[in-house]
Design a protein around this ligand. Sequence first.
Ligand code: ATP
Ligand code: MG
Length: 275
Amino acid sequence: MVRVEMLAVGKELLIGRTLNTNAQWLGRRLGRKGTLLAEITTVDDDLSEIAAGLKGCLGRRADFVIVVGGLGPTPDDMTLKRISKGMGSALRLNREALSLIREHYAQRNLSSVKMTPARKKMATLPVGAKPVRNEVGTAPGVRLELEGTTVFCLPGVPSEMKDIFLRSVESEIATKLGKLYRKYISLKIEGIYESALAPMIESELRRHPGAYIKSHPRGVKEGKSRIELDVAMVSKSRKDAADSVVQVVREIKSKIESVGAAVVSERGTAPSGRR
Ligand code: ATP
Ligand code: MG
């Protein structure tokens, strides 16, 4: 098992100003790779809150922690300050990070931009940390090792977070995971209540212990109860992943049809492996 956690930093997430779409995106992305985003912690822009959040992730022996937010030039962006304190290592101007920032401005014909303290802050990393290229925005991401956990600090801006994750983080997680395949099918079902579906799901889970089977009630329309049912399986074998899901779907279909309900649509993915 590879344990991946997210530590989202930002008051805006806690006061309801910003929806944590980064968490949803990361969870989905990791799910497709065959692993779970095991835990999402959200903390305030506050040194002791960031420390407590990170301590929790390290205490749970996460293999990877994706820290998102608080990397920018503003005073409330204090992720790296907190991490350097926790590592017991100083914050220093990192030459590689500085040249990434200069490159960023040069590519935008802004070579004359002055390296103000706010800009230098984005290149000031804990000693021992490595900057990670940000092709979209200015502040580089940061990679470091803490107590056996690989920590990536990414900017909060969703387009930057996604870009750095896809370029520099995902492949490292995928390598640690090894080759896995995930098959997924989602069914739209009409004419059965969740309470009647529940024992069918339970019996399928007993027959296929590794499967993920989850119902989502979608209300009642024209007198018919509607449910979406997701079925997924992750396996080292492409065939096993596909066979299990197809079999679960076949069995569920036959059970619900026997009580007069129907599958009205079916959508899914081919077994996806490491991309
Ligand atoms: P910047 O370089 O822009 O300052 P940063 O790493 O400091 O980046 P934040 O200041 O924490 O990031 O957030 C930048 C923007 O991204 C804000 O508008 C914030 O609301 C948004 N944001 C932060 N975290 C998330 C998140 N988890 N999901 C969606 N949006 C987020
Ligand atoms: Mg912030």
